[in-house]
Unconditional design. Structure first.
Lengths: 185, 236
């Protein structure tokens, strides 16, 4: 049985006003969504904010989930929308503001860090994916980190399965190349 | 790190990741108190049927009011061919509009591609079915048709927008294009039923133009709405 099969039931119960189902859904999905934001090269604090904003939007739009449909594409399409909005806002702010001081903020990628609830897990995923273009990073994050299928990623990104496959293939090639270069250096 | 490490990194990435309980508590506190049941959106096929009915009603009602001169002049084969293509495009546009209402829905084709390809398909059908490329009275006869088509697209767009509001369009521009294309096809339906000018050049230019113009207007309107909301949300 697919490990996410019960997410649909939890979502349907959430629509019916079941608090326990909503709490279970928040607990199950939040780490993945947080990780999704973190690999998109945002700071941990921004990822926290984006996660909270995403849940508020999910709550407002929960009636748009159609029972029986896969939940993850629905959730990630909303999360993606929030991230794109955040990116636009950040770009506008950066254009308007003049940076006078670089604030010391812990980078999202720390080799084997235990910071912020992460456990020690060897090579850092965020640093690795940071080398990829945004669209490829997003696809790899959904496929490999969240464990979504090609069809689910295609739905979440409003694109075709072929396009997702192509992006994943290119991303893999680039990552392998980077690792090879790193190993020989 | 070696290339072989890649699969191992990804395999461990999905697991062993925990969030601070405080963050989860904050989210739960914002959502769980006062949680009410909601009625899920109807299935996509119900929305598609509603949208098609709306557009058919607008097209037929308009042609009934202004006269069904076009359909009387068309042969059975011509009617079947042109309305089959318009119907197929309307089904695709309605499916696309219904998909845009729910995040993470399966999309058959991008709305922009549908608007362009649909217009080209209608041009091709007109070129195959009708003859006549004389341009006497081209503008004088064409502008009233374009105006009538766009005026009929308006109520169809209004009704579609009311249905769209029930959902959540994560890409508003795409939703605007899909809804505009559908509304434009309602205008084309009215024109094909009403207009007795079966010159190929007239149909290709003035009838078909309703579709891309409506789609473009839908995109502009969606963009303007998004811009207004973002401006309102921006701190002064």
């Amino acid at each position: 049985m697919h490990p996410d099969a019960d997410l649909e039931q939890l979502m349907a119960a959430y629509q019916k006003g079941d608090s326990a189902a909503a709490a279970a859904l928040i607990e199950r999905v939040s780490p993945r969504l947080h990780r999704f934001f973190l690999v998109q090269a945002v700071s941990r604090r921004d990822a926290d904010d984006l996660l909270q904003e995403t849940w508020l939007r999910i709550h407002q739009a929960r009636h748009t989930y159609r029972p029986g449909e896969p939940v993850l594409p629905w959730l990630y399409a909303i999360a993606r929308h929030i991230r794109v909005d955040h990116y636009r806002k950040a770009r506008r702010t950066a254009l308007r503001e003049q940076q006078v001081e670089v604030l010391p903020e812990a980078p999202a990628s720390i080799m084997g860090s235990t910071a912020g609830g992460r456990t020690d897990r060897g090579p850092d995923l965020e640093a690795l994916l940071g080398a990829l273009p945004e669209s490829q990073r997003e696809v790899i994050a959904m496929l490999k980190v969240s464990g979504m299928s090609l069809e689910e990623v295609a739905r979440a990104t409003s694109s075709s399965v072929g396009s997702v496959k192509q992006k994943a293939h290119r991303a893999y090639e680039k990552l392998r190349g980077l690792l090879r270069d790193g190993a020989t250096a | 790190m070696k290339p072989e490490d890649l699969d191992r990194i990804f395999a461990s990435a999905g697991t062993e990741y925990h969030l601070e309980p405080e963050l989860l508590d904050r989210i739960s506190a914002a959502i769980l108190p006062g949680l009410r049941p909601v009625r899920p959106m109807p299935p996509a096929r119900v929305i598609v049927a509603g949208l098609l009915l709306l557009c058919l009603t607008v097209g037929v009602a308009g042609a009934s009011i202004f006269g069904m001169y076009g359909i009387r002049k068309l042969s059975g084969a011509e009617s079947a061919a042109i309305f089959a293509v318009v119907g197929l495009l309307a089904c695709l546009a309605a499916s696309q509009t219904a998909a845009e209402m729910a995040p993470g829905s399966r999309r058959l084709v991008s709305p922009a591609v549908l608007a362009v390809a649909g217009s080209l398909a209608l041009i091709a059908v007109a070129a195959v079915l009708f003859g006549g490329y004389a341009i006497d009275g081209f503008v004088q006869q064409g502008v009233p048709c374009l105006r009538a088509g766009l005026l009929h697209a308006l109520p169809a767009a209004g009704g579609t927008w009311l249905i769209l509001r029930r959902g959540m369009a994560v890409n508003r521009t795409a939703a605007g294009v899909a809804a505009g294309t559908l509304a434009g096809l309602a205008g084309v339906t009215m024109l094909e039923l009403h207009c007795a000018n079966l010159r190929a050049i007239h149909v290709m230019a003035w009838h078909v133009a309703v579709v891309p113009l409506s789609a473009g207007a839908g995109a502009l309107l969606a963009g303007a709405l998004t811009f207004r909301e973002r401006s309102a949300a921006r701190p002064s």
